[in-house]
Design a protein around this ligand. Structure first.
Ligand code: CTP
Length: 421
C-alpha cells in the first residue's frame, strides 16, 4: 500500500475494463486503489464481468456511472471530463484517457481483441481507441488455458500489435489447481501501471544495489544484526527499475517479499554481501550501497550453540567474552576499483547517522571516495515507511524533505539521472 502514496498516478484517467473471471473481485480493490492514488477511473464491464461483480459496486468505488452495453444511451464522459450525449460511448470514453487497462483480461477477451472483433462495448472501444492511448492487459485464467498454444499465440500477437501484457501470478487457482495464470494482485498491477507512466531516464543502464541488514553469526542460533528494514533500498531498486534500469539487488534478511522484475540475491553476512557484490559489480553502471552492513563480526563463530557454564546459577554464571574483527567496507572497496575511478561505475553511498548529519555525511563521502552520499538519521527511519534525505556531492548539499520512501526513491533516481548526464 506504500505505493499508493506516490504521485505518478495523480490526475491520470484510466478506463478500467473488466471481463468475465473470478479475478473480477481484485478489480474492485484495484479501482479503489487507483482512485486513492489520485486517478479518475471509468469502469466498463462486459456482460460476463457482471456475472462476477455488480456495476453497483464498481460505480460506488469509482464514483462514476459504469458502462456495460454499447446500447446504453446515457451521456458518456471523456478523459477531460466532457459529458457527451451522442450515444457513442465506444468513442467518447477513450478520448483523453491515459490508458485502457483490462483487468481481468480473460482468455476469450484476448482472443477477441486479437481478431479486432467488436461485438460489445469493451471490445468496441479497444478497437476504436486512439493509437496513443496504451492498452494494458492483466490476464487471468486457469493454468492450462494460460499455457495453451492458442493463448501463447494470442499473447505474442497482442504484444506485436502494441498491447502491454502484464505478467500473471503463480499459485492457487480458484479451480483448485496450482500454477501460472492468476491475475496479479491489485497492488502489483498498480506498481506496473506506475512503472508504465515513469519516464525511462535510466534506460539501458544497469544498477547493483545493496539493501537491508547483515547478520553476523555468534553460533548457529544467535547473531548480531541491526534495525534496518530494507525498505529504503527496496524502494530505490523499484524506482530504478521503473526508470528503465536493469537492477540487481543484493539483499540482507528482511521481512519484505522479493520485488518483481528485479534479480535479487539473498545474503546473510557482510562477507556474503561482499562476495555477491564482487561477482556482479563488473556488469553495473551504477552501484548504490543502501545496506546497513555490520561493521564487525565475531572473530570465531562457534559451530555449536554456546551453553551457559552451568544450570540454575540464577544470574551468577560467567558470561562468555567475545572478540570481533572488522568487516571489509564494501562501498569503499568498490569505489576504489578501476571502473569506479575511471568514471565507468557511478557509486552512491548512504550514511546512517544518529546526530550531526551534514558534518558526518560530508566526512563520510570523502572517506569512502564516492561522488554522491545520501545521509539519513538511522533511528528516525529504520523500519518506518518514511524518511528524510540529505544528498552530499562535490557541489554541496540538497535536502529531500520527509516523505514516503517510495517518493524519496523516485526523487533520488531523478538526482542520480541528472548527475549521470
Ligand atoms: N558500507 C559498506 N560496507 C561496510 C560498511 C558500510 O558497504 N562494511 C556502506 C553502507 O552500505 C553505506 C556506507 O557504507 O552506504 C556508510 O555506512 P554507515 O554504516 O553509515 O557507515 P560506516 O562505514 O559503518 O561508518 P561509521 O560506523 O563510522 O558511521
Amino acid at each position: 500500500m506504500e505505493q499508493l502514496k506516490n504521485s505518478t498516478l495523480v490526475g491520470k484517467h484510466i478506463v478500467l475494463g473488466m471481463t468475465g473471471g473470478i479475478a473480477a473481485y481484485k478489480a474492485a480493490e484495484l479501482c479503489r486503489a487507483l482512485v486513492k492514488a489520485g486517478a479518475t477511473v471509468q469502469v466498463v464491464m462486459t456482460e460476463a464481468a457482471t456475472q462476477f461483480m455488480t456495476s453497483v459496486t464498481m460505480q460506488a468505488l469509482s464514483g462514476r456511472e459504469v458502462f456495460t452495453s454499447q446500447w446504453d444511451s446515457k451521456a458518456s464522459t471523456d478523459g477531460t471530463g466532457n459529458a457527451i450525449s451522442n450515444n457513442m460511448a465506444h468513442i467518447n470514453l477513450t478520448r483523453g484517457a491515459d490508458a485502457v487497462l483490462i483487468a481481468p483480461a480473460s482468455a476469450d477477451f484476448m482472443a477477441k481483441l486479437l481478431h479486432g472483433r467488436a461485438d460489445d462495448l469493451l471490445s468496441l472501444l479497444c478497437l476504436a481507441k486512439p493509437a496513443e492511448v496504451p492498452l494494458i492487459l492483466a490476464p487471468a485464467m486457469n493454468m492450462e488455458m494460460w499455457a495453451h498454444p492458442a493463448t501463447r499465440r494470442n499473447v505474442a500477437q497482442l504484444k506485436a500489435d502494441g498491447a502491454f501484457v502484464l505478467d500473471v501470478g503463480n499459485g492457487d487457482q480458484a479451480c483448485g489447481e496450482v500454477g501460472d495464470g492468476r491475475m496479479l494482485e491489485f497492488d502489483e498491477i498498480l506498481q506496473d501501471l506506475v512503472a508504465h507512466f515513469t519516464p525511462k531516464l535510466l534506460a539501458g543502464k544497469r544498477a547493483l544495489i545493496t539493501a537491508g541488514p547483515t547478520y553476523e553469526a555468534i553460533d548457529p542460533v544467535r547473531g548480531i544484526t541491526n534495525l534496518s528494514s530494507g525498505k529504503m533500498g527496496y524502494a530505490i531498486a523499484q524506482a530504478m527499475r521503473d526508470a528503465g534500469c536493469e537492477v540487481t539487488l543484493v539483499a540482507g534478511r528482511t521481512a519484505l517479499g522479493f520485488p518483481r522484475g528485479i534479480k535479487t540475491i539473498p545474503v546473510i553476512s557482510a562477507n556474503d554481501m561482499l562476495a555477491a557484490v564482487q561477482t556482479n559489480v563488473d556488469n553495473a553502471d551504477i552501484f548504490i550501497a543502501t545496506a546497513a552492513v555490520a561493521d564487525w563480526r565475531p572473530t570465531n563463530a562457534a559451530s555449536q550453540k554456546i551453553k551457559k557454564d552451568g544450570s540454575d546459577k540464577n544470574g551468577e554464571g560467567t558470561a562468555p567474552t567475545m572478540s570481533f574483527v572488522e568487516n571489509t567496507d564494501i562501498l569503499a572497496t568498490v569505489a576504489k576499483s578501476a571502473r569506479a575511478s575511471s568514471g565507468k561505475l557511478y557509486c552512491v553511498g548512504f550514511a546512517a547517522e544518529s546526530e550531526n548529519l551534514e558534518a558526518h555525511a560530508k566526512a563520510k563521502r570523502e572517506r569512502k571516495g564516492v561522488p554522491l552520499l545520501v545521509g539519513n538519521i538511522g533511528p528516525a527511519t529504520f523500519g518506518m515507511d518514511d524518511n528524510a534525505l540529505l544528498l552530499v556531492d562535490a557541489n554541496g548539499t540538497t535536502e529531500l524533505p520527509r516523505a514516503s520512501k517510495t517518493q524519496l526513491a523516485r526523487q533520488l533516481v531523478l538526482e542520480i539521472a541528472k548527475r549521470l548526464k
